[in-house]
Design a protein around this ligand. Structure first.
Ligand code: FE
Length: 389
């Protein structure tokens, strides 16, 4: 068994100033669509690196759901510039993309097929080390061993997983998260809550991951709503809470809330379901399904946020609390309410159920699930039916 995290996590308002103390020659800075530039953070980063005597080059415009082409372009830019630091700033996408670029920078002859097998990557850090600076409070990719890259040609997503791509340094500076629009706060916050809850009940949970998951859950219940409403301190606390959740799930893995979100996010022509929003919708349904095998663990979670009673009562109230939180965050209770067309749902649900059972996150779910049960569960989440099987 193994527990792996970045060697350093710098946190606090203004923490990006730590870049002044970096030792190295050249840093490539990998960015998304431009908001980090617009808010002045990229200029600051370049300035701090200049003070450290480090030459910089930008790789910009990594798209949402980053593609194989973008990754290969970035890797080529790295081979040309030869950075000894890769610094990625932004939401999940530029950081995920930069992780994959890093692999192909160090090993130009590899292909995605070579590295898609979990925990099969060759040793990195022969050419560069990696810094991640997140601007959203959810994916926690700054501390995880994961990256998702999309092959548009083949229409598949490569979920990469290997402790080699766990960043060396995470800079969790809440100033960057203050720029998030309200709905992004809601969705990413519920993604983080799902990470912590799934990590706590996962079959791979451990004494090393439990305290991180529980603390994250407590902080999210305390701060998410206020963060959504614009409270600056709450926004800061959420930035740390999602990081703790990431430290838990990169080591304890996830469960079928994520399996369902992965396979439904882009499945319907009637609307792309944002990752965190999909998780938020499925979470209470999955708890009701999983409780047969994980009642005690869910009751622990409930008690950690001040709910009491029997295990059964605790879990019931926990689900009600999640429903209530979703409601206040403007998240629908069902796929139907989200706007997914009923006819299309009926046509696709059986195939989606099979794909979800085959998702990489299903293996660590506390209760095994068949494609037939998955279809029933998705149907409950579509119509809002009670999960009683
Ligand atoms: Fe997630």
């Amino acid at each position: 068994m193994r527990f792996t995290l970045p060697r350093d996590i710098y946190y606090g308002s203004g923490a990006i100033e730590q870049l002044k103390n970096l030792k190295g020659k050249r840093a490539i800075i990998v960015l998304g669509g431009g908001s980090m530039k617009k808010f002045g953070f990229v200029d600051k980063v370049i300035e701090y690196l200049k003070e450290a005597g480090i030459e910089t080059r930008l790789f910009e415009n990594v798209e949402p759901d980053p593609s194989v082409e973008t990754v290969m372009k970035g890797a080529a830019a790295m081979r040309e510039f030869e950075p000894d630091w890769i610094i990625s700033i932004g939401g999940g996408s530029p950081i995920d993309a930069a992780k994959a670029m890093w692999v192909f920078y160090e090993y130009p002859d590899l292909t995605f097929e070579d590295i898609v097998q979990p925990f099969s990557m060759p040793t990195l850090r022969n050419k560069a080390r990696f810094i991640a600076i997140p601007s959203t409070s959810g994916t926690a990719t700054e501390v995880t061993a994961f990256s998702v890259i999309t092959d548009n040609e083949k229409g598949v997503k490569y979920p990469l997983a290997d402790y080699n791509i766990t960043p060396d340094i995470a800079i969790v500076d809440p100033d960057l998260a203050q720029t998030m629009p309200k709905q992004l706060v809601a969705h990413t916050g519920m993604d983080a809550l799902t990470h912590a809850i799934e990590a706590y009940v996962s079959t791979a949970n451990s004494p090393f991951t439990d305290p991180l998951a529980i603390k994250a859950i407590q902080m999210i219940f305390e701060h998410l709503l206020n963060s959504y409403e614009g409270d600056k301190n709450a926004r800061e606390q959420m930035h740390y809470a999602q990081c703790l959740a990431g430290m838990a799930f990169t080591n304890a893995l996830l469960g079928i809330v994520h399996s369902m979100a992965h396979k439904t996010g882009a499945a319907f022509s009637t609307g792309h379901i944002p990752h965190g929003c999909a998780n938020a919708i499925y979470l209470p349904y999955v708890i009701k399904f999983n409780k047969k095998c994980a009642m005690k663990r869910y009751a622990d979670i409930a008690r950690s946020i001040g709910i009491d009673g029997s295990d059964e009562e605790c879990v019931k109230v926990l689900c009600e609390k999640i429903d209530e939180l979703n409601k206040k965050l403007g998240i629908p209770k069902t796929l139907k309410e989200f706007g997914i067309n009923e006819q299309e749902f009926k046509e696709k649900v059986s195939n989606i159920a099979k794909l979800a059972v085959g998702d990489a996150c299903t293996g660590s779910n506390p209760r095994p699930i068949t494609p037939e049960e998955m279809e029933r569960l998705l149907t409950c989440a579509y119509y809002g039916y009670e999960v009683d099987f």
